[in-house]
Design a protein around this ligand. Structure first.
Ligand SMILES: Nc1ncnc2c1ncn2[C@@H]1O[C@H](COP(=O)(O)OP(=O)(O)OP(=O)(O)O)[C@@H](O)[C@H]1O
Ligand SMILES: [Mg+2]
Length: 160
């Protein structure tokens, strides 16, 4: 069961990010999917701001560095796995350990690695249709992510 959130404006994406931020707990895993330019980094930036990362700190795509760490109300490890080849390379990044230590993992292009990152992910897929319409498809794949999704839906004023 997926929850669909229309994202007609950047502000709508910010509102979604705020609802997610308000419901996050240490060790949560967010998988961000969607094509190039779909809004994964934009969402992450809004999420980090909502978690109190100072506006002077840039939140950019960790395309080459692979992981950026940010400190807000919770520690955030922001990864972009577009360029990694396999789970061996993933293991070197230490993301699963960061999760165990209580960091929230926000992982662009992470869909193939949800299980390797410990599973129970909240997946947010940003879709941009041919007419330019944007929306997010949000799915949970475990008990904690289902609770998180219910809290996000409630925060957005949608029925879960
Ligand atoms: N409703 C919207 N929500 C999010 N971003 C939007 C929206 N409308 C327009 N945009 C624009 O779309 C772009 C999204 O770029 P962003 O870098 O977040 O994509 P990405 O999914 O991270 O791409 P990549 O796969 O290259 O990392 C931004 O320039 C943003 O301003
Ligand atoms: Mg990006």
């Amino acid at each position: 069961m997926a929850t669909i959130v229309p994202l007609p404006t950047r502000r709508a994406t910010i509102r979604l990010a705020r609802a997610v931020a308000a419901a996050l707990l240490p060790g949560d895993l967010l998988i961000l999917a969607g094509d190039l330019g779909a809004g994964k980094t934009f969402f992450t930036r809004a999420l980090c701001r909502a978690l109190g990362v100072p506006s002077a700190e840039p939140i950019t795509s960790p395309t080459f560095t692979l992981v950026h760490e940010h400190a807000g109300k919770l520690p955030i490890a922001h990864a972009d796995l577009y360029r990694i080849a396999d789970e061996d390379e993933l293991a070197h990044l230490g993301l699963r350990d960061r999760r165990g230590e209580g960091a929230v993992l926000v992982v662009e292009w992470g869909a193939p690695y949800a299980a390797a990152l410990g599973g129970d992910a909240l997946s947010v897929t940003f879709e941009v249709r041919a007419d330019g319409t944007r929306r997010a498809r949000i799915e949970a794949d475990g008990a904690r992510s289902a609770t998180l999704l219910a809290a996000v839906s409630k925060g957005l004023g949608m029925s879960a």
